[in-house]
Ligand binder design. Sequence first.
Ligand code: FAD
Length: 464
Amino acid sequence: MDHKKDIAIIGGGPGGYLAALRAPQLGRKAVLFEEDRVGGTCMNYGCIPTKYLLHQTKILKEVRETKTVVGGAGIGLDWAAVQTGRLAVVDRLVRGIEFLLEKGGVEIVKGRARLEEAGRVAVETPDGPKTYRADAVILATGSRSASLPFLAPNGAEVVTSTEALAFPEVPKSLLVIGAGAIGLEMGSIFKRLGTDVTVLEILPGIIPGSDRETAARLERTLKKQGLRILTQMSIAGADVVPGKVTLKGTCLKNSVPFEYSAERVLLAAGRRPNSEGLAADGMLTLGRGGFVAVNDRLETGIPGVYAIGDLIGGKLLAHKAYHDAIVAVENACGMNRTVDYRALPIAVFTDPEFASVGLTQEEADGKGIKVRAGVFPLQASGRALTMDSLDGMVKVLADGEDRIIGAHIVAPGASEMIHELALAVSRGSTLGEIGGLIHIHPTLSETIGEAALKARNEALHLLN
Ligand code: FAD
């Protein structure tokens, strides 16, 4: 016999669990299917554990590098204790989400689920198969690390970020394929632990798709920290033997062949959606790369079936999945919401951090917008000087009417600073409004106001 709910959600990551938390607030009974652990990639293997390791290793880096700390050079990290700490943080968060779901009356069903037809989900549970009927179904099965045609994870020499988080020992050498957020964050973690890290990127710069000037600023800084970042490196083959991986290819800058070896290689060159086997063949329309196609209300081609988060592509970010979740579940409850990604911020949690919102200079130029750009370097910030953190900048872009259309930051805490500019982009605030806002002194956020003023040639702590 079919069980009956108002909303059935497949996948308990940020997209799925948030949809499940919102449903009871709207008076709906929800069931959440999860084959692994609630919290999904983000909480268990992504956002949270990486930030824990980044924080732990940053403490080490700061103690070692702060010139006034005596004896810092000899200090190390207890890797086993760090691993215990990582698991404790993740467990606490997962338990917190389970508690909230339980209090909301959400039924959590452990098992692999599949959309049988509109409004009907089958699930393989440890107690046997079950079927559920629901007025609406939300697909939120996320994504996984992509392999290369000649290189797949083997759990030893070739790993994804999931295995790298839990390396039993810190490797002596590591090759990272891909200089996006995951590659740079994982590369930074291991570089700080003493691993010889080489990042290979096929495109001309790091953080593909981001504002070139700002990304180049971060690239220079990371290289200064000893992270070997090589761009325009086209990898064509790999040799894997126990304890050693060799990557071979050609540098596109000069057509010279290359060969790099290390104990381990991390695949961080893109992700693939978990769309295979999610529904009967041909039921869902898949777009490029297998991502599920949806309209701007996040409805698939099947009425009453929505898809959200990494599964539908775009920016593969937890907070994008959160936004999608609210839009989809509210539409499932009869509202008429559409997604709006114009002010979706992104961050890379290196040191300094990178954060960005809205259009890049290249995108604005491509749209024919007459851009006014204001760049304020951290060298001119008193707060940055007190932190001995002068590598960075804030760049604010405005259109012909002085409305802020994009902003890009390299700075400690950039992921926190960017929200003022996300609000500016979403509200169409002007350079004058942000430049005139009273920022606390001395803070790095003052540089946001100064960058806005600089775009009008009115910066106060910098020559115009
Ligand atoms: P997921 O989190 O992938 O959740 C999908 C869930 O569905 C999984 O739990 C899976 O087990 C389950 N599932 C799949 N198929 C089925 C099925 N058939 N039946 C039942 N259950 C199923 N994003 C950020 O915003 N900030 C960060 O700092 C950040 N850091 C990251 C670091 C790393 C190393 C990685 C890998 C990712 C990071 N991300 C970050 C990205 C973020 O994790 C994802 O964007 C986010 O988890 C997507 O959420 P989701 O709900 O769409 O999918």
